[in-house]
Design a protein around this ligand. Structure first.
Ligand code: SAH
Length: 393
């Protein structure tokens, strides 16, 4: 196994359990490591620090364990079992009203580089590192052991998340089992999940709790759901008794999925309309007021280099939305860019509000749900930020 020695002082973040080693922290290596190999990390004074997956990128090592142990089938079984037991405490296992949840959330489950979303017994794997990819077989076996009969199938959806230049033989597809149904329940609402062609693993599971809040505030309201994708927020708003829901997404496929989701839950609904349109164009041309607006755009910044433009983008978008809310109305505004901190986001929304000169209050701060846990040692894991604002006058 290749040994990696860190530069003096660079062991400190590892001693505080941060799960990444940046390439600049490495002083030397014994031999060469191939992409995805397990490597052992030592301090400059040759003390053992951790075991992790090596990758040829700025995050050079993703840590699997801070103790000297074997990364064997038992290791994978234990990690997946503890992720599963934790979801049990959240009431997400065998729930009669929610059959989709995140089983493994990367660093938050001590498995950096691995995402596993469960859709009514179908596990959709998304591997972000070659190291995780190399352990696919171990992960399949662990899922079978831990989930037992409740596991229907395992699907690999890693083509878009494995490093661009990595040389793997990855092809997306079914790894095990048989898919009996693509329908899931989320808080009693039905959605059909397209993990083959959809974004992420097919559904934005991370908005489950925030969707519930929308339902709570929708009675008799005119609701605008922008960047609607599969229409999650729209379905909840309708169940909450909204008088009118308008869903917008620039992708026609997303609009079709939204219409399907609405019809599935409310077969004779005549209070919903979905438009395939750019949200910025919509705001430019619209002069109708809404009581509730949802802004859930894609990540405006994927890297730090794009941060400034992203913050401008959030400001522009939020300004438009604040202007188009009826007095007393609510704005649910989100950012899922990992590089945008909670403070950055709040400052952008503050700047947007100041430009409109309206009275804007934060009535709730929103984040990702408990099945997307954040290791306290890895604050970067807090990627979903949201504000619920009330706008008056
Ligand atoms: N709110 C959704 C997830 C949003 S994902 C949910 O709860 O599931 C972001 C969506 O924004 C994608 O569907 C993408 O097609 C759409 N999108 C990206 N840029 C857009 C733009 N400028 N105007 C409209 N939609 C856009």
């Amino acid at each position: 196994m290749t040994h990696i020695y860190l530069k003096p002082g660079k062991e400190q973040s590892i001693r505080r359990f941060h799960p990444w080693i940046f390439s600049g922290a490495i002083a030397s290596m014994s031999g060469t490591a191939n992409e995805g190999d397990i490597v052992t990390i030592f301090s400059s004074t040759k003390e053992f620090l951790a075991l992790g997956h090596y990758q040829k990128s700025s995050i050079a090592v993703r840590i699997l364990s801070f103790s000297q142990e074997f990364i064997n089938q038992n290791f994978w079984n234990n990690r997946i079992k503890s992720a599963y037991e934790y979801r049990k405490t959240l009431g997400l296992i065998n729930s009669s009203h929610t059959t989709c949840y995140r089983l493994v959330h990367g660093e938050g489950d001590n498995l950096p580089g691995l995402i596993i979303d469960m859709y009514n017994g179908v596990a959709v794997l998304q591997m972000h590192s070659v190291g995780m990819y190399k352990h696919t077989q171990h992960i399949i076996e662990a899922l079978k052991t831990v989930l037992g009969d409740s596991l229907q199938a395992i699907y690999n959806k890693s083509a878009s998340t494995l490093p661009f230049k990595a040389e793997t033989d990855n092809t997306d597809g079914l790894l095990w089992g048989q898919v009996l149904s693509t329908e899931v329940l989320e808080n009693g609402n039905t959605f059909v999940i397209d993990w083959e062609k959809g974004q992420k693993t097919g559904f934005f599971i991370d908005q489950r709790e925030n969707r519930k809040l929308i339902e709570l505030y929708s009675q008799g309201k005119r609701v605008l759901n922008t960047f609607c994708y599969t229409g999650g927020f729209s379905v909840y708003a309708l169940r909450g008794g909204a008088s009118q829901v308008v869903s917008i997404d620039s992708s026609q496929r997303a609009i079709d999925l939204t219409n399907e989701a609405v019809t599935l839950n409310f077969p004779n609904c005549n209070t919903h309309k979905a438009l395939a349109e750019d949200v910025f164009d919509f705001f430019q041309n619209n002069n109708e007021k809404f009581d509730v607006i949802i802004l859930d755009p894609p990540a405006f910044a994927k890297h730090n280099s794009a941060l400034k433009n992203a913050l401008q983008g959030y400001k522009r978008l939020n300004m438009k939305a604040i202007e188009q809310i009826a007095s007393g109305g609510l704005l649910f505004t989100f950012s899922c860019s990992q590089v945008v901190t909670k403070e950055d986001f709040r400052k952008s929304v503050f700047a947007a509000a100041a430009n409109t000169k309206r009275n804007v209050r934060i009535i709730q701060q929103l984040t990702q749900p408990a099945d997307h846990p954040i290791s306290i040692y890895h604050p970067e894991g807090e990627y979903l930020k949201g504000l619920l604002l009330q706008i008056t006058d």
